[in-house]
Design a protein around this ligand. Structure first.
Ligand SMILES: [Zn+2]
Length: 104
């Protein structure tokens, strides 16, 4: 049911039927629903964060930094954020394996 005309029509956007939505004065009475404004957005380039963080990737501190940046409308990552550059403790060496087949 349309929020404005209360008629049982297919809803277009903002819970309005297409006929009500297409009238700017009616559309202005019903602002965009909160679920339409979540997140930083992909199409509006966010401002880069002013400072890099030394919080380790995946840590609770890094998550707090990311949440603060998102709340401020900033890009989530700074080019000089701490990253995992420690050498990998596992050494992977290639091994050649040959399979000998029985002559049948
Ligand atoms: Zn309507």
């Amino acid at each position: 049911m349309c929020r404005h005309c209360q008629e049982d029509r297919y809803l277009f956007a903002r819970d309005l039927c297409r006929r009500c939505f297409d009238q700017p004065d009616i559309r202005a009475l019903y602002p965009v629903a909160p679920h339409g404004r979540r997140g930083v957005g992909r199409h509006n380039a966010p401002t880069p964060p002013a400072e890099p963080t030394d919080a380790a990737p995946g840590s609770a501190a890094k998550l707090q930094v990311l949440a603060a940046r998102a709340a401020a409308g900033q890009a989530l990552f700074h080019p000089r954020d701490e990253c995992l550059e420690a050498p990998c403790p596992v050494v992977i060496e290639p091994v050649r394996v040959s399979v000998e087949r029985d002559a049948a």
